[in-house]
Write a protein that binds this ligand. Structure first.
Ligand code: FES
Length: 104
C-alpha cells in the first residue's frame, strides 16, 4: 500500500546541519538537513520522549538533548544507551525545491 506524499517545507527553509519539526496527523516529525540530503524521523526520542530537533546533529547522527542517546537519522537505528529502540523514519523526496514526506 503506498502512502501519501505531503509537502512539508521548502528546501531552503532548513539550514544545513539543522532540523525543523512538522505536524502531520498527530505525529510530530523532525526533518533534518545534511548537505543536500534530507531525512525525516519521529521527533521524540524513544527513550523518554525528548524532542530530538533540539539535539546535536553530527553528520547523520542525532544526539538526544536529554540523556545523549544517539540515532542514525537515515535508518532511525538507536546507536547507544540509553536509547535502545529505533526511531520511526519516513521517506523523503525533493521536487521543485520542496521537501515532501510520505506518510503510510
Ligand atoms: S530521552 Fe533521549 S536518551 Fe533519554
Amino acid at each position: 500500500m503506498s502512502g501519501e506524499w505531503r509537502i512539508v517545507a521548502g528546501c531552503d527553509d532548513i539550514e544545513d546541519g539543522d532540523g525543523i519539526t512538522v505536524k502531520i496527523e498527530n505525529r510530530e516529525i523532525a526533518v533534518f538537513r545534511q548537505g543536500q540530503n534530507y531525512h525525516a524521523t519521529d521527533n521524540y526520542c524513544t527513550h523518554a520522549k525528548a524532542p530530538l530537533v533540539d539535539g546535536y546533529l553530527d553528520g547523520a547522527i542525532i544526539e538526544c538533548p536529554l540523556h545523549q542517546g544517539r540515532f542514525d537519522i537515515r535508518s532511525g537505528k538507536a546507536l547507544c544507551s540509553p536509547a535502545t529502540k529505533d526511531l520511526e523514519t519516513y521517506p523523503v523526496r525533493k521536487i521543485d525545491g520542496e521537501i515532501q514526506i510520505r506518510i503510510d
